[in-house]
Ligand binder design. Structure first.
Ligand SMILES: Nc1ncnc2c1ncn2[C@@H]1O[C@H](COP(=O)(O)OP(=O)(O)OP(=O)(O)O)[C@@H](O)[C@H]1O
Length: 264
């Protein structure tokens, strides 16, 4: 489904600030996989998502999505197949449009139409989807998304992603700006949605417990590389402590003062 071969990206090459942000990434995801991505600050996690999403072109290597070589494809074209949510809850939605209009927008994009008038049946469909979030938003379908709380907005962004049915969903710390209880709720919605729609997903998180609990596979990055990749029994038996040990062994660094420790 997703294939990255020898992907490299260096920022400011040939200068004192040179940074090998992606240093030969090899990654293969099967359809329907839900992979959590962890790693210390500056490890290259967001850069990896930017490379896949097409925010910049990589220096070398190949990126394939669903059998198609997308290495040189423009970002807006990739966006038809790749959904993305960010830590900034304002990014995924149009704040001046209502919940209903935002969902219609996602629906329109999927249908490849330039204009979409919401009819009664669509409204009922959207309302049912929103009701399933369990946040009481079904009675606020005409509320502008900018007036919602961060958690409510992320839930709407997730619904928009689900409606658009991307081949790949990239979640870049999408619950990091939320309070713990809301973050937990949004994670539950995320998990339910991914399971129900079988969306191939990668999720960056600094919460190691959540990384091991959610999805079917966890990869850890360090200095632009994937330093380990666990799934199945190995992952089931993994604890936060063991993961820390693995990190320190593989990267020869300590995880002190890192955000990853916060959730220990
Ligand atoms: N557009 C850019 N221009 C220059 N340097 C960049 C750019 N994007 C990322 N970098 C650098 O590449 C490295 C990897 O950054 P990245 O944001 O991918 O790390 P990360 O693992 O997502 O970290 P964090 O957990 O702190 O968000 C860092 O040293 C960063 O400063």
């Amino acid at each position: 489904m997703l294939e990255l071969r020898e992907v490299r990206k260096t920022f400011y090459p040939g200068t004192p600030n040179e940074k090998k942000a992606l240093n030969g990434i090899e990654l293969h995801l099967d359809a329907g996989e839900f992979v959590t991505v962890i790693g210390s600050n500056g490890a290259g996690k967001s850069t990896l998502f930017n490379a896949i999403g097409g925010a910049f072109l990589i220096d070398s290597g190949v990126i394939q999505l669903d059998g198609r070589n997308i290495t040189s494809m423009k970002e807006y074209k990739r966006a038809f197949d790749i959904g993305r949510l960010f830590q900034d809850t304002m990014k995924g939605t149009a704040p001046n449009m209502t919940i209903e209009e935002n969902l219609a927008l996602a629906y329109t994009r999927k249908a490849g139409r330039s204009f979409f008038a919401v009819n009664k049946r669509d409204k009922e469909y959207f309302r049912d989807l929103v009701k399933k979030l369990g946040l009481g938003l079904e009675d606020r379908m005409r509320t502008k998304v900018g007036q919602l709380s961060g958690g409510q907005r992320q839930a709407v962004s997730l619904l928009m992603a689900a409606i658009a049915q991307p081949k790949l969903l990239l979640l870049d710390e999408h619950t990091a700006a939320l309070d713990p209880a809301t973050a937990e709720k949004v994670l539950r919605i995320t998990e339910d949605m991914i399971q129900k729609d079988k969306i191939t997903t990668m999720m960056i998180t600094h919460d190691i417990q959540a990384a091991l609990r959610l999805g079917n596979r966890t990869v850890m990055m360090d200095e632009g590389r994937i330093i380990f990749d666990i799934s199945g029994k190995e992952r089931e038996e993994m604890t936060v402590e063991k993961l820390m040990e693995c990190y320190e062994k593989n990267s020869r660094k300590k995880l002190e003062n890192d955000r990853m420790l916060l959730h220990r």
